[in-house]
Every structure is written in C-alpha cells, then in structure tokens.
Design a protein around this ligand. Sequence first.
Ligand SMILES: Cc1cc2nc3c(=O)[nH]c(=O)nc-3n(C[C@H](O)[C@H](O)[C@H](O)COP(=O)(O)OP(=O)(O)OC[C@H]3O[C@@H](n4cnc5c(N)ncnc54)[C@H](O)[C@@H]3O)c2cc1C
Length: 613
Amino acid sequence: MAFAVDKRDIEFCLFEYLKMEDLFKTEKYADFDREAIEMVLDLTIKLATDKIAPLNIVMDREGIGFDKGKVTTPEGYKEAYQALCDAGLVAAAHNPEYGGMGLPHLMATAIGEIMSSASVAFAMNPGLGATAGEVIEVYGTEEMKKLYLEKLFTGEWGGTMCLTESGAGSAVGDLKTKAKKEGDHWLIEGEKIFISAGDHDLTDNIVHLVLARTEGAPKGIKGISLFAVPKVLVNDDGSLADANNVICGNIEHKMGIKGSPTCTMVFGADGPSHGWLIGEESKGIKYMFLMMNEARIGVGLQGQSTAAASYQEALQYAAERIQGVDIAKMKDVDAPRLPIIEHPDVRRMLLTMKAFTEGMRALLYSTAYFSDLMEVHEDENERKNYNSMMELMTPICKSYCSDYGFRMTELGIQILGGYGYTIEYPQEQYCRDAKIASIYEGTNGIQALDLIGRKMTAKGGLFFMTYLTRVNDFINSAKEHARLGEFAGKLEKARDSLVQVAMSVQQAGMSGDIYTPVLNATPFMDLFGTIVMAYHLLEMAVVADEKLEAIYAKAGAEDKEAQTKIIEENPEAKYYDGKLHSARFFIDAYLPHTMALAKTITSGNKSPLEIVF
Ligand SMILES: Cc1cc2nc3c(=O)[nH]c(=O)nc-3n(C[C@H](O)[C@H](O)[C@H](O)COP(=O)(O)OP(=O)(O)OC[C@H]3O[C@@H](n4cnc5c(N)ncnc54)[C@H](O)[C@@H]3O)c2cc1C
C-alpha cells in the first residue's frame, strides 16, 4: 500500500474552514501568502512520502541500537533527518530570528500531521528540539539563547524534556533529581527514565531540559526548578567542549514507536553534570508547562495522524480486495465478486474512520488557530477568548485524539481482515505506534482530571462559558439551515446534556463529594470530546454544503439524479458531499453515545470505590 496524505481535507481545514489567509493581513504573518503556504505543504508531503514513510517500517523492524552507552539509529535515519533540517521544517512556527520558519501554529500543525502520519517515531525527534528551544527563548537567559537557540531550531542539535523518574511519573512533584549550586551554575545529579530522544547519533549535541530540586527547596511541585543540561559542554563562542557526564544507561524495548530512542538518562554519576538554571528557582513546572501544552496538542496530533494514515491505506485496500458478493445476490453462485468497499459493514467502518479523522483534524487545527489568534487578534477581549478556548481544548486534543486515534487504527486492522493482523501490511504497526499517545505527556486519566478539575472550573468557569458561547452561536444559526438544521437540533440537545452534566458534577464537588468528579472524569472527557467533534464536523458541513450547492447551481443540476451524477463525475463535488456524510454519520451514529455517557456520569454509581479488589 502506498503512503497517502489527505491533502484536500488539510487544505479545506486551512483555507476554507479556518480561513488562514486572514492571518496574512496581520503584521506578524504579512510576509506569507497562500502560494507560499501551498509550497511548504507540497514540500512537506514530498519529504514525508519519499524519505520518512519508507523509513517507518525499517525503524520498526530494526529498532534503535544500544551498545556500551551509545545509541544508534537505523540506516537512512540520518539522511531523512538531514533532509528535514535542510527543508527548514524543524521549527516551523518558531522565531525566524533564530532559524525558525515563523509560520502560524495552524500551518505547523498541518506539517506535524503530515510528518507524524509518515512516522510518529521519526517526527518526535525534531519536535522535541524545537519545543525545548521555545522554552529557552521565553524563559532562558540571553547567553542561553545565543548558545542554543539557532542550533535547536535548525535541528543541528537535539533537545529533550526530562521529567519522569522511576518514582515520579504522573506524580512529577515526587521527583528526586538534585541540583546543587556551584558558582554561576548548578551540578545536576539523578536518574530520569523514559526520556524520548535522550540520546542518539543524529546530532553532535543534545540540550536536555531537566526538572530537579535545588537544595533546601520545598517538597512537591513548588520546589522544582528547570535546568538546561547539554550533553556536551559549549564554549562561549558556541564550539563544543568536553562531554558533560550525561550518560544513557539503557534504552526501552517497546510495543511501538520503535524508531524513537526511549532512554534512561543518568546525570552526574561519572563526574559532575553541569546545568544552567532557566528562569527563576522553583518555577520549573510553570516553564515546563509552556512546552507541555504545545506537546499535548502534538501528542493528540500523533493519534489523529496515525489514524489518518491508517484510514488512507484501509481505503486503498478496500477498493482493491475482492471478496464476496452483493448481499442481494447471495444465492447466486455466479454473482460477480465485489471489492470489499461495496459491503455495508466495511463502508460503515470506513466512514467511521473518515469522520473521526476529519473531526479530530478540525479540532486540532482549530486549537492551533486559537493559539495564533490569541497572539495576533486586534481586539484584546477576543485575544483573551481565544486563550480561554485554547486552554480548555488542550486536554481534549490530547486525550480524545489519542484514544480515538488508537481506536481508528484498530478499525484499520479490521478492514484488512487477516492481512491487517500480519506484518505484511502497516496496519498493525499503526495500532502499536498509536497506543503511546494515550500514555505520555500526562496519561489520559490525568488529562481527564485536568479537564474536569482545572479547566472547567478555571476563572469561575470562564473557559467553559467562552467556548459554550461559540458553540451556541453556531447552533443558533445552523438550526435555520435548510438541509442541516435537523443536525444542529441534535447537537443542541447534546449540548444541553453537557451543560446539565457539568453542573451536576460541579455541584457534587462543591457539596464535598470530591469522588464523583474524579471517578467520572474520563467519561466526562469522552462526552465533551464527542460534542466538540460533532460541532466541528457540522460547522465544516455548513461550509461544504454551500460549496456543493454552488457547484450544483453552476451546472444547473436541480434534481437528485443530476446531482448524483455530478458527485460521481466532479472530484470537488464528491469531496464536499463526503464532508456532509461525515457530519451526518457522526451525529447520528456517535453523538447519541453522549446520552449514555450522561446517564453513566449522573448515575451516582460508586462501585469502583466500594469494591474490595
Ligand atoms: C515511549 C515513552 C516515551 C516517553 N517520553 C518521555 C519524555 O520524553 N520525557 C519524560 O519526562 N517522560 C517521558 N515518558 C514518561 C511518561 O510521560 C510517563 O510514562 C507517564 O507520565 C506516566 O507515568 P508512569 O509511567 O509512571 O505511570 P503512572 O504514573 O504509574 O500511572 C499508571 C496509571 O495510574 C494512573 N494514575 C497515576 N496517578 C494517578 C492519579 N493521581 N489519579 C488518577 N490516575 C492516576 C495513570 O493515569 C495510569 O493509568 C515516556 C514514556 C514512554 C513509555
């Protein structure tokens, strides 16, 4: 099967749904136009198709090498990594002053989707370096910026985020890595586990962002500081000096993303590991959150993009695989054999994959667009609104898209039948690769707690109210829609149940029953995420409907027969009609699940707490 990207739907999201061109009217993005964006899109797709996708399977089969503390990547990895650096795609949305491309976050998200679709494991490496650089840009000293930034944004050096320790995973506040002051810098001592791209042979240096506790700092989150700890020390002129005693103790052997080195990193065991404080002491978690918010949207994107690759390949397979006959001709032994794409159950699975993939794409791209608008919108209130919506949507992007991304790859296997289960086809790898996204960057259980406990209640419920206003405005206008009004009515009912459930959970929490919100955090995430998806799919359908009607009008196609003919013959009409089906199908087949979730959440059942295991 050939790797494929749904360029048409990506373009729809960028230009027709979210109207990225409006950003080019702002000072920050005045240098860009649609032509330039199309060029970057084509370049990214070419790189992903020619260099990265073919490597994905090699990385999976060969994995990462580890011998005497040295981590090695499979053949072809370095070349592909260099091609990515040469194309300038490492830091797509980052500051051009330091070697970034300065594109909108929205466009960087599209680039991220294409790269991760080709290989999640590969795309992690450059992503980590760029985000580490961003933390340094915002909170680091001028000296740090001078020494590290350009190297990180151009991919010449790699970067990591070192939070996890054996006793501090979800509870990062329990970490034990120490930092002791020595002159103008610090000595770092401790062991971090599961560090992505902790060591490799792609770059001469790696800048580790390490969370550690300074001497005498309080216990818990509040006592944690953030340090830049380079693998190799850097002279004042930027040249490399001695190794910094940052040792890779081991690498993990994993279920998926086998092309991404997951390392145990030991600091200060074989001699001093020198680190430099980023920002102020004890504010490390706040700084790391800058990186984590972006990374959480990025991890949601890993789920979505793997599902997108899985869908594209399942679609190709289903059109080619001949098996069985039309159900209406079951008894006719001479009935023509059909490609499986003709069987209703396979069509149901394919449309499920299509609808989820497109809905998640719209959710992720919209959230990235909120990040752009919260920076460049001319109205201060609007900037605040976009910030509120970005905050609220971040855990949903991470959790919903990773969970459903994984589930969609499982459908990808199912569509291929027995072949889907074999290593002859990429579906089983997609499924294995996608699973990690629900675990790292804060497990989905922790994301659900973040949504229900922090984001829903933040600023007296402001984030939620801001988002609801947007959804309400849309529902109110879409209810009048001649062809889609019925679906807006269904969304309205689901929205009402979301509000009722949110209120009931909040009341339980306020009356001292803290366990009801905590126990129901995950079903609440599912309920909210499903409504967000329905909203995006329907909003896109309204845009698609208008375009389709224009095509019909131009062709003078007034009756159903003439319109069906146009859909069959005109690729644009087929595309817009497909968008309408995605929305209608999701709203009829999946939105009703929210009613069941609402019942679950408000049932008052506390068996998980009461059972004696
Ligand atoms: C391939 C891979 C790459 C990684 N890359 C990095 C990296 O680059 N940098 C880094 O710092 N870390 C990294 N990690 C670590 C990752 O972020 C952690 O695995 C994750 O945060 C969960 O921590 P844990 O594994 O200790 O699980 P635990 O914290 O032990 O969680 C186990 C289960 O308990 C649940 N749980 C735990 N505490 C609570 C709670 N308070 N309330 C409700 N449920 C709870 C969790 O949701 C989960 O289901 C990586 C991990 C892997 C596997």
